[in-house]
Design a protein around this ligand. Sequence first.
Ligand code: ADP
Length: 211
Amino acid sequence: MELTPRQMKMIEIVKEHQPISGEAIAKQFGLSRATLRNDLSILTMTGLLDARPKVGYFYTGQPVEPLLFDKLYHINVSEIMIPPLMILQTISVYEAVTTLFMYDVGSLYVKNEADELIGVLSRKDLLRFSISATAPEKTPVAMIMTRMPNIITITPKETILTAGTLLSRHEIDTLPVIDPEQPKKVIGKVTKTRIMDFFIQAGHDSEHPSF
Ligand code: ADP
């Protein structure tokens, strides 16, 4: 749950004028007490405001910050994306495996000579290939990758929540971030690991700002 601008303003009003009655808060907005009833119950239920009968509302001193955690879900993909690792469609499966280990990544994005995204190659694709009898040095990655138009992508202005939803709905680990103007141009990547790291770091930051 995220506080609305009106709820944020209500907290500011209470901080400044506490104890303050519901009517007095409503007056500041030029609204009726009834209109603010829902907002007031949300703010008391979340423990941000304390309602004392016949006295009025107090700010409890609890930081609004835990609720800011909700905001994390709305951070743009552009803020968490990492550089993509692109390989040419002509490189061999053997080279792809060494690249995967060398860069310690779980998947590779495959491009054509015009630098356009044409596929994704993951560990499972390589494992599937490994039980076939084909020579890895002689097989180009283009033969075993997942191809366009079946690649699920995301754009930089979409949110972490959307990225996480796509990753889990499609049971994949990685999402190429593409330029909205040029849908075949990859400008970043978002992975399950990156999202997990982001939330873990945000947790540490909120507990110990200098962690
Ligand atoms: P792993 O192989 O390590 O489990 P994934 O779960 O990401 O990694 O890959 C599972 C399958 O989904 C593979 O065949 C892979 O090519 C494909 N895949 C991975 N990412 C995407 C994507 N963004 N869009 C479509 N298919 C994908």
